[in-house]
Design a protein. Structure first.
Length: 246
């Protein structure tokens, strides 16, 4: 059961919380997020953006398969978050201590920036464009509020799948990478031409910082954190609360 008392132990401020295993997990999150941004943003650049249905499918597959592979690779080390929205959901439901969550998010953001820098270094200027940075398609959306809603709903679906398969002790943990990868893939098929289907503040932040593209960037934080946090709370209190002992 989650521990809600505010103490050094519950907040993760003991010496044990900053031991080698924690730093191994933090490094795994950094590396995985670096690779995810490189591959995901790289797929957007290679196909020239979601200009047609074929490009949409290609970008969706690249993001979905990449996250499935990376979650499988580091799940035993860090849990395979690779996304501040997932980490936020874990922290507010007591599945992760606050200090560890902060370290995870920091590592994810640093990894995303390094991934974008490496991508920029590999490409000539005419090709790199905006490094796969996310932009809103306001021609198809009813304003920024609609974009916020889209990102929140897409992230809700992703984080709900994470909790159901990876964080619930009764979930099918062996299938978690596949389920999470499919959630990312399906969300891209729906949201790619609307918001870029971020669902991940780190995926948005890295290319935005390196390419200096900040238009409506707040949406890519507020939407995923709101959707991810709500998904975590809904799943935890509906399906996990007072059942950890089972």
């Amino acid at each position: 059961m989650a521990q809600w008392e505010l103490s050094a132990e519950s907040l993760g401020l003991t010496a044990e919380d900053f031991g080698p295993r924690t730093w191994q997990a933090v490094l795994a999150e950094l590396i995985a997020t670096l690779l995810f941004v490189f591959v995901g943003a790289g797929s957007v650049i290679v196909v020239g953006g979601p200009s047609d249905s074929g490009a949409v499918v290609t970008i969706a597959l690249a993001h979905g398969l990449a996250i499935a592979l990376l979650v499988a690779a580091i799940a035993r080390v860090s849990g395979g978050h690779i996304n501040p929205a997932v980490t936020f959901g874990a922290v507010i439901t007591g599945r992760m201590k606050l200090s560890t969550g902060i370290l995870y998010v920091g590592a994810q953001l640093v990894g995303a920036v390094i991934g974008a820098i490496l991508l920029e270094a590999a490409l000539v200027g005419e090709v790199e464009g905006e490094l796969g940075a996310h932009r809103l398609n306001l021609a198809a959306l009813d304003g920024e509020g609609a974009a916020l809603l889209v990102e929140a709903v897409l992230t809700f679906m992703l984080v709900f799948a994470v909790f159901a398969t990876a964080m619930d002790p009764r979930g099918m943990a062996n299938l978690a990478p596949i389920a999470i990868g499919f959630a990312v893939l399906v969300d891209h098929l729906v949201g790619l031409r609307l918001t870029g289907a971020s669902m991940n503040p780190a995926r948005s932040f890295g290319p935005a910082l390196v390419a200096d593209v900040w238009d409506n960037h707040w949406v890519y934080w507020a939407g995923p954190l709101a959707g991810g946090g709500l998904a975590g709370l809904v799943y935890f209190f509906t399906f996990m609360w007072r059942r950890d002992e089972d």
